[in-house]
Design a protein around this ligand. Structure first.
Ligand SMILES: Nc1ncnc2c1ncn2[C@@H]1O[C@H](COP(=O)(O)OP(=O)(O)OP(=O)(O)O)[C@@H](O)[C@H]1O
Length: 260
């Protein structure tokens, strides 16, 4: 059973600029936690801090009682899969299938010897899940933005990690792709993983979040279940837009209708 992911009193900087201040949050297994905030709020930095990729200036990050920054690198890679918002890989000569399979290297002890038995099959399985199986033999450098985004998610899913951290996972996707990705994130959560997704889209948060962490100017403004956090007054203050609520089944969805 996966343990919860916790940030305690985290401060983070880029150079001399402090971009996260006193962030304390928890993401529990079984739930999709959405980090919601406008451009520049610190979402990417927070996800990278949680992933063990951006050392906090202060504070700590734990999976259960294990300090993420004290884990050996390969063990951390086995535990945490991080999906950046954009693919900036130097290995653009690789095929999509090779790239996705390479995500499984941390699962195999010893030197890197190329794909191990089962890795390519797992890559193909994850490419099918993101509806990108036709891309398997294409060069990574020749994909559209949306195709790259699907490939990045398949890459993370192939790691089979306890913790899945995804940064703006649907920014380049068509409507079916968006619905598919959040469906997959819920499937992963239901399998007992910790799933954290960052977005600036309050409607997506209303539709898909089990928990919301609302971030503004590097600080957490509120966190909890969507029904407690996604209130027009709070959202209007953070996003500086006028918000109306609409109902969809048992969900209350915030809809931005104008700028303020
Ligand atoms: N490499 C960097 N060097 C200096 N400042 C940075 C760097 N990366 C981010 N920042 C600054 O840190 C702050 C938080 O950035 P971050 O990318 O974490 O925000 P975000 O909420 O993910 O934004 P967006 O929604 O626009 O992607 C911003 O003010 C940004 O200008």
């Amino acid at each position: 059973m996966t343990a919860e992911l916790k940030a305690l009193g985290v401060y983070a900087r880029h150079g001399s600029k402090v971009v996260l201040e006193d962030v304390t949050m928890e993401a529990r297994p079984g739930a999709v936690t959405v980090v919601l905030g406008p451009n520049g709020a610190g979402k990417t930095t927070l996800l990278r801090v949680l992933a063990g990729l951006h050392v906090p200036a202060q504070g700590r990050v734990f999976i259960g009682n294990r300090d993420v920054y004290k884990l050996p690198r390969m063990e951390r890679a086995r535990l945490i899969a991080y999906v950046p918002a954009v693919l900036e890989s130097p290995g653009l000569g690789q095929t999509v299938e090779e790239f996705v399979a390479a995500s499984r290297y941390p699962l195999h002890p010893g030197p890197r010897l190329g794909p191990q038995p089962g890795d390519l099959e797992e890559a193909q399985r994850q490419l099918r899940r993101v509806e990108a199986e036709k891309l398997a033999q294409q060069s990574l450098g020749k994909l559209s933005s949306g195709e790259k985004q699907r490939t990045l998610l398949a890459h993370a899913l192939a790691r089979d990690a306890d913790v899945l951290l995804v940064d703006e996972p649907t920014s380049f996707l068509d409507l079916r792709g968006r619905l598919l990705v959040y469906k997959l994130l819920h499937e992963e959560a239901r399998r007992g993983r910790v799933v954290v997704a960052a977005t600036h889209d309050m409607m997506l948060a209303g539709l898909y979040a089990d928990q919301v962490v609302l971030l503004s100017q590097g600080r957490i403004v509120a966190q909890g279940p969507p029904k407690d956090i996604l209130h027009p007054r709070l959202l209007e203050r953070v996003f500086q837009v006028k918000v109306e609520m609409t109902r969809l089944g048992d969900k209350h969805i915030p809809v931005p209708v104008d700028i303020t």
